[in-house]
Design a protein around this ligand. Structure first.
Ligand SMILES: [Zn+2]
Length: 197
């Protein structure tokens, strides 16, 4: 399958970057990459994202029954690939400053893209997904509907999910959302270091 080995290596690198930056802890988060022919490569359930092995990533059909070892958020990945043709990769994490802001719902719970020029140029907007049960079909449908029009969505009281043409682009979008959230907390007089890991 063309490019699969490279995609697996990219997911491993992105997983390490997520953990290094404190955007996930323990087995949190999940990431995937779309492959040709209606397939994706997805992280298995519950593994540390900083210690992924290329061979341990799962190849999952977008159209067939799911393997039981797949990530708990496999429904979200499937739904996004089905609904968002431009999504080549998906990264879901629990960035601490994004989470801190989202707990302030309904008072401006999403990072403000206007705080940095890159915010508007790279992201345009940040979507908001209601607080729904992690791993549920309802969350998958709501997140996919949001990601049709924005490259990143904040999942209230949960975390954030980003799409990209590649895993690296999805990571960079997630990193930018976390930076914007930290700036927003600082703008509101909160110490963003209190939300770093
Ligand atoms: Zn999550």
């Amino acid at each position: 399958m063309r490019g699969e080995a490279r995609r697996r290596a990219e997911l491993v690198a992105v997983g390490a970057a997520l953990e290094r930056q404190g955007l996930v802890r323990g087995g949190e988060g999940n990431l995937s990459c779309r492959l040709d022919g209606g397939w994706m490569v997805l992280t298995p359930r519950g593994v540390r994202k900083g210690r992924l092995m290329p061979s341990a990533l799962l190849r999952v059909s977008l159209h067939e029954p799911l393997p039981p070892a797949a990530s708990s958020e496999v429904a979200l990945h499937l739904e996004v690939y089905r609904r968002v043709p431009d999504a080549g990769a998906i990264v879901h994490a629990h960035p601490p400053a994004v989470l801190a802001l989202s707990l302030g719902w309904p008072d401006n719970p999403a990072p403000n893209v206007g705080l940095l020029p890159e915010g508007e140029a790279v992201l345009g907007a940040v979507g908001l997904v209601p607080a729904l049960a992690p791993g549920s079909a309802e969350l998958a449908v709501a997140a996919a509907a949001t990601l049709v029009s924005t490259p990143v969505a904040v999942m209230l009281n949960h975390g954030a999910v980003a799409t990209g043409l590649t895993p690296l682009q999805a990571l960079e979008r997630l990193e930018l959302v976390e930076l914007l959230a930290r700036l927003e907390l600082a703008r509101r007089g909160r110490d963003p270091e209190a939300f770093s890991v």
